[in-house]
Design a protein around this ligand. Structure first.
Ligand code: CA
Length: 437
């Protein structure tokens, strides 16, 4: 057993605190309630060679990034049809010759918020779309063409959800449309990633129709002057998902821009260019888009009223926690619990997320909820393990969905159900609870 000695800058017992004071604080919390978003946003980020193939550490980074979509940057099509992920040939003569673990390791990146992986084709200065045009002119896109065979091999090996068209110089409508239709027959969606030449992209979208699942509009660098409203009009009302650059925006400005676009245009997604790889501060960028677009209510645990608990709950200060503080349930056994009163939650379906500081001495909990004036508990999601082998991980976990049927105060209960075999305690860290509609 590890020592239980711990020091905190400030540690105030919450078990016997004034509940009315805590409730008053909770009611004063600003809740970012946006008008029209109806589901958690799609939040993309470009990543690079660190995801060929992603180690366990990169898989965890992806899951904890607060982004929902990874954009693998970037695939090239050689003149003979060989497919190259950056400098590495991955498909040749219809056969996948890349890292044999790539598909499994990409699949392992999904979880928590991360649920989609797209692969970008091309980039600035790339000849890939010129090569695609030539190959289609000579071989077409039938099942015996090298393009078909190579993309089928890549799709089978990686199970990529979609391919992005990042053509920045060829701009040939007919071959891009043929290529998009070919990918659709392989079960892959297409995303368009324009920054200029609007009429070309509008024509491609028009001909590919719903085979195009996303339009990611670059609103930085060469596309800095792009107005998403004007592009949405040009696409006949199809929503674009605007993208920003970490070098020319801050997290605050990204949130502000995304919120404005959400409120005025109803955008449901956005993306970040963080220089082509997933940086250590990716979670704050994923959060910045989420905070701009999502319709959510945010409750700091340390400010919520505690309705009941089986043992001590301390409020601890920690500048890495949201609002600089979090609650710690000093659980010593299975079935220790804390129940919070969460005020004024409207009926509807929510994704419930919990912010926490994972460490090596944390327990596992099952979340459940009920109307505050009833005793009608239902589980929310499945068991969450707060244990980590890292010294500390400040993460938000998407616990699960909950659909309260009526509008009123709710009780949310964290019940300890066990501990990881590597853990030496049952304590829980509860930083905040977020309800996303
Ligand atoms: Ca907090």
């Amino acid at each position: 057993m590890k020592s239980t000695l711990r020091t905190f800058a400030v540690s105030s017992c919450r078990l016997l605190c004034s509940r009315s004071a805590a409730l008053a604080l909770a009611l004063l919390l600003p809740a970012a309630s946006l008008s029209t978003a109806s589901a958690a946003s799609n939040r993309g980020v470009y990543v690079g060679n660190e995801f060929y193939a992603p180690t366990t550490a990169w898989q965890i980074n992806a899951q904890q990034s607060n982004f929902t979509s990874l954009f693998l940057f970037t695939l090239q099509v050689n003149t003979n049809g060989d497919l190259r992920y950056n400098d590495t040939i991955v498909v040749q003569n219809g056969v996948y010759v890349g890292d044999s673990t790539w598909g499994a390791k990409l699949a392992a990146c999904k979880g928590n918020t991360c649920n989609r992986i797209e692969m970008c084709i091309g980039n600035y200065g790339s000849t890939s779309f010129a090569n695609i045009k030539s190959l289609i002119a000579s071989q077409g896109t039938g099942t015996t063409s090298i393009l078909y065979k190579n993309f089928q091999a890549l799709k089978n090996a990686t199970n990529i959800d979609g391919f992005q068209f990042d053509d920045e110089n060829t701009y040939d409508v007919n071959s891009m449309v043929s290529f998009g239709k070919m990918l659709a027959t392989l079960g892959s969606n297409v995303s368009l990633v324009p920054y200029t030449n609007q009429s070309f992209w509008v024509n491609v979208r028009s001909q590919l129709g719903t085979r195009v699942s996303h339009i990611y509009l670059q609103c930085y660098d060469g596309g800095a002057g792009n107005n998403p409203s004007q592009w949405i009009s040009a696409f006949g009302g199809v929503k674009v998902e605007p993208g920003l650059w970490g070098n020319t925006d801050t997290t605050a400005s990204a949130t502000s821009k995304m919120r404005n676009w959400q409120q005025t245009l109803g955008i449901t997604g956005g993306f970040m260019w963080l220089n082509g790889s997933l940086p250590g501060d990716a979670p704050k960028w994923g959060k910045s888009i989420r905070d701009g677009i999502d319709n959510f209510q945010y409750f700091e645990a340390e400010s919520l009223a505690i309705n009941a608990s089986s043992t001590t709950v301390d409020s601890v200060t920690d500048s890495s926690n949201s609002n600089g503080a979090a609650d710690i349930l000093r659980a010593t056994a299975v079935n220790d619990y804390v129940t919070y009163l969460v005020p004024n939650i409207a009926s509807g379906t929510y994704q419930i997320s919990v912010g926490m500081k994972k460490t090596g001495s944390r327990g596992q909990f099952q979340l459940s909820g009920t109307r505050a004036d009833q005793n009608n508990w239902s589980n929310i999601g499945s068991t969450v393990d707060e244990y980590t082998t890292d010294s500390s991980d400040y993460v938000e976990i998407n616990v699960g969905s909950w659909s309260p049927a009526s509008t009123n105060d709710k009780l949310v209960k964290f019940n300890v159900v066990g501990e990881n075999s590597g853990s030496d305690q049952f304590w829980l860290s509860i930083d905040y609870i977020r309800f996303t509609k």
